[in-house]
Design a protein around this ligand. Structure first.
Ligand code: MG
Ligand code: MG
Length: 269
């Protein structure tokens, strides 16, 4: 069952999504070589609670942390550990909160300074693919139009691997609602996009092949070939006048620009 949201409900989801974005911006300001991932996780939880929210992932099906922090060949669902950040790391940070009964969900991939141009391109293209997918999120289109646009751009145009096993989703009073929003598919297929549909679009794009495996921690998804993977996510609403992006990457970009240890890859996005 797909729940279409009222304008008032969309504003509440915007508040939740903006708290997620502010949390990711806070993280962007605090990422530093030598700091442990689980220290950032604890600080993020404090930040969310200080702002009146509750971390959405902590306890979700037993997930033990506030953030999913997925390093390098980890695609998504990495558990923050005492692993310290290296200047050669990329890290996808995925965050969800619940505030006033509604969820927000967004992700951003950070690259430390000593990462390769090949990886920077993967991050730029993945981020561009999110924007290309969002452009298709208009009344009268179908989910497949979003899916096709992302797949076509990443796979056919750039030769990257598009992960099939994990997909975007509806967002609202639950973290994961219908419909599923795959990053691969065919134009004109799938549920019709109507006013008030709120979805998380989240391309998970691999430098190498699309194949993934799960680690024996029961959570972390890794690329099978050990090559890096990138992940960006926005919560968006389908509105009469076009897609309305409820989360905000621009406030994260500002902190990235100000953090000398993190690459600014926001140009051309
Ligand atoms: Mg997410
Ligand atoms: Mg999501």
């Amino acid at each position: 069952m797909i729940y279409y949201k009222t304008a008032e409900e969309i504003e509440l989801i915007r508040e939740s999504s903006l708290l997620v974005s502010k949390t990711l911006a806070f993280i962007a300001a605090n990422l530093k070589v030598g700091i442990a991932a689980n220290r950032i996780d604890i600080e993020a939880e404090t930040f969310i609670r200080d702002n009146g929210g509750v971390p959405a992932f902590k306890g979700y099906r037993g997930f033990p942390a506030t953030l999913c922090m997925s390093f390098n060949d980890a695609v998504v669902h990495g558990i923050p550990s005492d692993k310290e950040f290296l200047e050669t790391d990329i890290i996808s940070v995925d965050c969800g909160v619940v505030l006033n009964g509604f969820y927000g969900d967004s992700a951003y991939t950070f690259a430390f300074n000593n990462t390769s141009e090949e990886v920077h391109n993967l991050l730029r293209i993945t981020r561009s693919s999110l924007n290309i997918g969002i452009e298709e999120a208009v009344v009268g289109n179908r989910i497949g139009d979003i899916s096709f646009a992302i797949q076509n751009y990443c796979e056919r145009k750039h030769g990257y691997g598009v992960v099939r096993e994990l997909v975007g989703h509806g967002v609202g009073r639950s973290l994961h609602e219908e419909p599923e929003v795959p990053n691969f598919g065919q134009k004109g297929r799938g549920p019709l996009l109507k006013e008030g549909l709120v979805i998380a679009i989240e391309p998970m794009i691999n430098l190498g092949s699309r194949n993934v495996k799960q680690m024996d921690d029961g959570w972390t998804i890794l690329t099978r070939d050990g090559k890096p993977s990138a992940h960006y996510e926005h919560t968006i609403a389908v509105r009469k006048n076009g897609p309305d992006i409820l989360s905000d990457h621009s406030i994260i970009d500002i902190e990235v620009k100000n953090n000398p240890e993190i690459m600014d890859l926001s140009i051309n996005c």
